[in-house]
Design a protein around this ligand. Structure first.
Ligand SMILES: Nc1ncnc2c1ncn2[C@@H]1O[C@H](COP(=O)(O)OP(=O)(O)OP(=O)(O)O)[C@@H](O)[C@H]1O
Length: 351
């Protein structure tokens, strides 16, 4: 008996982008992007305004012509396939519901376009409104719905034709924070239950990290980093990704052995840290406040209440500002002098 079975070929990705390039006025806003999305995977594309996120979605949907490269769905080249023949569902930021139709009319739109009978359309509307938690909304006018309800109807409408790939562009963009936080949990649960393959675009990292199996961070039309939320959070690829994720304690450093020489002095780094000229990130939890006569001498410049902790902003005598995460009751006052020591376990030497 062989000790191990021969490995099976991995199934083709549901979506593949190969060197996808879009230029506007000579500028590549999508620059040779390569990306695979597996069946049942939820991928969130994250990045600052103008980094090319919507252009990427539009290219996959067939709404944007590629200047070079290809989009593959189920391994099939989509070049020349018009948007309405690609099996993708799209949900945009502003919902774009048909205001003159009621909720049922909106949800039934896709199935009707695909030639479903009236009975089938009705069945599908009932099924989907149940799914998105609006079982009694079929006859309501869309104008009379709240933002969150409209978002659910838009989702039901996008799911109604059973797209192979569901694409969401800032799906929760317009909604207030508490509703967004609730809906993102509902969406994740729903996609898991349905096994939906999703490519979503958002500039909100909290939303992306809560929703995605894998996040893709874009910068100037290119992929700066792709990985699971944990991988990206724990190991940002570079200073751009680290700053985009909201980490501000990022400095140039020279790493030699177990220490990094930085504008804040020598910091301890993890054992396996890459050596030489690097960028170092210290998470706020790794900035430890000690007595004013120990460590790096700093003045407290601001405090921001964060619910679970206080973000304390510090100005060292030398070097750029630092942010520390302090327990609620232990945070020093603005103007106080404190000492700072650094925790190697919260320090990352970027690649
Ligand atoms: N039709 C167009 N003609 C010219 N330039 C365009 C066109 N569409 C997009 N762009 C430019 O391409 C770049 C990428 O735009 P895109 O909308 O993809 O970015 P984004 O990451 O989705 O941004 P946002 O988060 O603000 O929606 C931007 O600089 C934008 O101005």
């Amino acid at each position: 008996m062989p000790s191990s079975l021969p490995s099976l070929p991995s199934p083709p990705s549901l979506l593949g982008l190969e060197d996808a390039t879009v230029r506007f006025g000579g500028r590549a806003v999508l620059d040779a992007v390569a990306l695979d999305v597996a069946e049942h995977e939820v991928v969130c594309v994250l990045g600052p305004s103008g980094s090319g996120k919507s252009t990427l979605l539009r290219a996959v949907a067939g709404l944007q012509h590629l200047d070079a490269g290809r989009v593959l769905l189920d391994g099939r080249d989509q070049t020349g396939v018009p948007a309405h023949r690609r099996e993708v569902g799209l949900m945009f930021q502003d919902h774009q519901l048909f205001p003159q139709r009621d909720v049922a009319g909106n949800v039934a739109f896709g199935p009707r376009m695909h030639g479903a009978s009236r009975a089938e359309q009705r069945r599908r509307v009932t099924e989907l409104l149940e799914l998105v938690g609006l079982p009694d909304a079929a006859d309501r006018a869309v104008g009379a719905l709240s933002g969150g309800e409209q978002q659910r109807v838009a989702l039901a409408r996008a799911l109604a034709p059973r797209p192979r790939l569901l694409m969401l562009d800032e799906p929760l963009g317009q909604l207030d924070r508490s509703l967004r936080e609730r809906l993102v949990v509902e969406l994740r649960e729903l996609f898991g239950r349905l096994g939906t393959t999703v490519l979503a675009v958002t500039h909100d990292q909290g939303e992306a990290f809560a929703l995605a199996d894998r996040v893709v961070v874009m910068r100037d039309g290119r992929i700066a980093q792709a990985g699971t939320p944990l991988e990206v959070w724990q190991r940002p690829a570079d200073a751009f990704v680290a700053r985009f994720l909201g980490f501000d304690n990022v400095v140039a450093a020279t790493v030699a052995g177990p220490a990094a020489d930085t504008p804040w002095g020598k910091l301890p780094v993890p054992e396996d840290a890459p050596q030489g000229d690097r960028t170092v990130l210290v998470r706020p939890a790794g900035v430890l406040l000690v007595a004013a006569d120990a460590g790096l001498r700093c003045t407290v410049t601001a405090r921001t209440f964060k619910g679970t902790h206080v973000a304390v902003h510090l100005q060292p005598e030398n070097g750029p500002r630092l942010e520390a995460a302090c327990p609620l009751r232990a945070a020093p006052e603005v103007g106080e002098h404190v000492g700072v020591e650094f925790d190697a376990a919260e320090t990352v030497v970027l690649g």
